[in-house]
Design a protein around this ligand. Sequence first.
Ligand code: ACM
Ligand code: ZN
Length: 483
Amino acid sequence: MTLNVIPKPNTVEYFGGECWAKENKITYKENEFYPDEYYCIEITDGETIITTKGEKGRYYAQLTLDQIYEMGKVPLCKIIDLPAYPYRGFMIDSARHMQSIDEIKAYISAAAKYKFNTFHWHLCDDQGFRIEIEKYPELNKKASWRYGHGFGNGNMSKYGGFYTKEEIKDVVAFCKERYIDVIPEIDMPGHSTAVIAAYPELSCNGKEIPVQTKAGIFKDILCAGNEDVYKFCCDIIDEVIELFPYEYFHIGGDEAPKARWCQCEKCQKKIREENLKNEEELQGYFSNRIIEHLKSKGKKAIAWNESLNSGLVDGETVISQWMDKQHKCEEYANKGGKIIAEEFYHYYLDYEYGMTPLKKTYSYNPIGSDKFDYIGKRNVIGVESPVWTEYIEDFDRMSYMCFPRLIAVAETGWTLEKYKDYESFKIRVKGEKDFLKSLGITMADEKCWDPDNGTRFEVMRDRLKSILDPDMIRATLFPNKND
Ligand code: ACM
Ligand code: ZN
């Protein structure tokens, strides 16, 4: 008999024999030299000894023990466990479609069971601004609302809302009880249509535009030549960080087309004044101004990997590696920069199982690229799986898309690559159905997890009607052994 625990504990030594662990006396011991998240559980006949540095390790030990208790009779054993990566995140896009606070808490509760420790909350995008801001009231009056509910599905009714500061505090407190840090994302300078709809003077041309109702990458971005934009962004950050008492703040930085900056006198003047080579370097300058402000408040920045394109970004910035064909992330990590693996083809949970089967998500090795050197591998601080919600309107769809794939990411975040085992994972994860159901989460049925290549082809063909990305076609038609 082996332990039925997710994520799989890293080392388990079996002594032979079994006991009813639930009836054991528990003894807690402390060892100040252990890392915070480390725990050791020794199950003998009659006593369970838990040794940790302190509370956090004890919390993780208890999560493991709760799953062991579910087994009834368990093998006598000693578990020595420590996560593979210090950063184990999940991201929810609440901008394209909002989730209720109860739904967000249900998702957090599930993630907590699988030992995630970071909730990255994507709070604004072209289609909506979702956090209460007092200093700029038009954000909640205008930027939080759009006239178009379902991303081109014909429903043009008003859609939107925002989370109040009280609601955010409630979620942060809920996470704190589960040792989960919450990182807000205010995406800038791109994905800012909603902000510009509320404050058109912050764009390069000042034109009035509506909050977007469709998916995509949009040209109207914040003007990097306008000092009012920097003041606006810093003011927003100052209000937002009051609610999130953690080290990191995500500043976005993805998908910022430069068309408007090329045409804008203010942006061009800034490029000349700051001796920058081009608009890409202007984005580097923009990011560094924001990062400097964060530093002045004692915070560190996380940014999507496009932020590396300028070659200028502050080296303390942690990079969310999501789509990096030029391997800038590996280069950054090899030089000492920190990286979080959020790889599009494996970890984006809003893509169908036909594109990203469970096995593909499970098998991803965040440090598997041969472009990493020894130092680079050590600078991959963890994993994160985003769920983008352009096409995820309700919690049932979100549950289906994210479970069990999110649990696969949890296992990679916790269990060392050499101990991962997909066949064992599948057996263990099947048993999670009832727990998830108790949270209101209906996991995808097993028959959906790993579609055959024919089914995958059908799914991809439908997708490709709107997205013609040759890499995606290749990934589907020529899946390699690990895919
Ligand atoms: C992203 O998917 N644009 C980070
Ligand atoms: Zn401009």
